[in-house]
Design a protein around this ligand. Structure first.
Ligand SMILES: C[S@@+](CC[C@H](N)C(=O)[O-])C[C@H]1O[C@@H](n2cnc3c(N)ncnc32)[C@H](O)[C@@H]1O
Length: 242
């Protein structure tokens, strides 16, 4: 099983530190998009976390099942009203099986990048496909690798700077690896938390989908279906199981 980077300390401050992602302006179009694909059926969230998307989706009448590695994140979900509507299996979403199939499986907020090898990302696509009904969809929301922003010869880029949080990305271009270093001000001292990612291009994800027997159905810049272009910083992609 892969390493759990979302232990007690991270889970305790997750909702506050990702507050911008809990804004209804972010959550509502995500839920609208996924509810449309679920079409009254059921949904599987890979990396359900504290329920940012699963809870409002379940409130829309969609049956949601989640998989997550982190007991600490799921404990935060369990402390929220409405979580009794959601089943969760603790495990690695690249390999853990739930004995059920779904209309839609989804993996949002760059979480595919938490899988740091190509083999395991391929396994994740195969696992998602195995959980889909015929005609079901797998949805990923992830940033486009932003190596273009790195001046030649440099490997670090500050992506956030505020009085309480500094974020520095460290790139390993040759290996498509990225480590995000977060310096958070806690009780007057900066604490460092580093999270590794594997950056992956849309075309490589399409190939992973193909290996798992799925084909690209839609690709957008965001959940509101803005066109995906060369300038898009992220994409929402939907692959369909025939
Ligand atoms: C960035 S958080 C996203 C949580 C939630 N989906 C959201 O949008 O707020 C990533 C979540 O994925 C989980 N996770 C990361 N890698 C995982 C893996 N290989 N298997 C299962 N869960 C994983 C983490 O424990 C964490 O809860």
């Amino acid at each position: 099983m892969c390493e759990d980077y979302f232990g007690e300390e991270v889970a305790a401050r997750y909702d506050a530190s990702a507050a911008h992602m809990f804004d209804p302006a972010v959550v509502d179009p995500t839920v609208e998009f996924l509810a449309g694909l679920a079409d009254g059926g059921s949904a599987l969230e890979l990396g359900i976390g504290t329920g940012r998307i699963a809870l409002p989706l379940a409130q829309r009448g969609i049956r949601v099942h989640g998989i997550d590695l982190s007991d600490a994140m799921v404990a935060r979900l369990r402390a929220k009203p409405g979580s009794e509507l959601i089943d969760v299996t603790i495990g690695d979403f690249a390999t853990t099986r739930v004995e059920q199939t779904f209309s839609v499986a989804y993996l949002v907020f760059n979480t595919i990048g938490n899988i740091t090898t190509q083999d395991d990302q391929v396994a994740c696509f195969q696992n998602a496909a195995a959980h889909l009904n015929a005609g079901g969809c797998f949805v990923i929301e992830v940033g486009v690798p932003n190596f273009r922003r790195l001046p030649p010869g440099e490997s670090m880029r500050v992506f956030h700077a505020s009085e309480t949080h500094w974020g520095v990305d460290e790139y390993d271009v040759a290996n498509q690896r990225l480590t995000s270093h977060h310096f958070n001000l806690v009780d007057g001292r900066f604490e460092l938390h580093s999270l590794p990612f594997r950056s992956v291009w849309p075309a490589e994800l399409d190939l992973m989908a193909r290996l798992a027997g799925m084909t690209l159905r839609e690709r957008w810049e965001d959940w509101r279906r803005s066109p995906f272009t060369s300038e898009s910083g992220k994409h929402v992609s939907v692959w369909e199981k025939p």
